[in-house]
Design a protein around this ligand. Structure first.
Ligand code: PMT
Length: 222
């Protein structure tokens, strides 16, 4: 319907937790289920957008009417986001991206060490996707997330500035019902030169809609 607020717009959403391979059978990852990102993809579709969802591994079904691209590692995610970014009007990075990956991936399954010696894994930084995009950003409205266990607003504000975002959605993942895996979330939305907006604890569907409506309102004011 042409009267919907995101009609005619292309929204790109990332979801899920990336996996960084250690050897053919093991990886480093995190607790993201994909629920928050998938809820944003659905909410954007309901608001009239054409939605592409780039998904790191998740057990969730693809929302109807949404184009899904599957990725595994942070590098795959970067490549996929870069390919879509130019034609996107709004990007929402809800994916939990590994900050580090094993420096090398063993070709064969790593064996237990002799004599119970400790095994050391060397990790190397992954590319920061949002920082990379900041260098090519044009008209796109870019929303990041911040998953924090301490100093929520200070850390989120630092990421808002460092990643040159239009909005960051901060969730205190140390609180029950907030962040990873469950069906609810509570977030504080931070934007440059705006007062923070905090939601109550709500379903991820309701949080998703509030994020998109707040983003639209913010963009209109710019
Ligand atoms: O999937 P669920 O189980 O529903 O859980 C939802 C969630 C907790 C994963 C989600 O609400 C959330 O907070 N997602 C972001 C998790 C995260 O990676 O946060 P961060 O503070 O480490 O990263 C900050 C931002 O930079 C994020 O938008 C992230 O996508 C992005 N990032 C991170 C690392 C990296 N190398 N490149 C990035 O672009």
């Amino acid at each position: 319907q042409t009267d919907l607020p995101l009609h005619g717009e292309r929204v790109l959403v990332t979801a899920g937790g990336t996996r960084e391979p250690i050897d053919p059978v093991r990886y480093i990852s995190n607790r993201s289920s994909g629920k928050m990102g998938y809820a944003i993809a659905e909410a954007a579709r309901n608001l009239g957008a054409t939605v592409t969802l780039i998904s790191a591994p998740s057990a969730l079904a693809t929302p109807a009417g949404v184009t899904r691209i599957d990725v595994t590692t942070a590098q795959d995610l970067l490549t996929a986001v870069e390919a879509e970014f130019k034609t996107t009007d709004m990007l929402v990075m809800a994916a939990a991206v590994s900050d580090y990956r094993p420096a090398t991936t063993a070709m064969q399954k790593i064996k237990k060490q002799a004599d119970h010696e400790p095994l050391t894994l060397h990790l190397t930084e992954t590319a920061d996707i949002l920082k990379t995009l900041a260098t090519v950003k044009q008209h796109q409205f870019v929303i990041g997330f911040a998953a924090e266990t301490q100093a929520l607003l200070a850390n989120a504000n630092r990421k808002l500035a460092a990643k040159k975002l239009d909005m960051i959605v901060a969730n205190d993942v140390s609180k029950p019902g907030v962040g990873f895996n469950g069906d609810t979330n509570q977030v504080t939305m931070l934007r440059p030169e705006h007062e923070p907006v905090t939601t109550p604890l709500l379903s991820k569907a309701a949080v998703a809609e509030q994020i998109l409506l707040t983003a639209l309102q913010t963009r209109e004011e710019e």
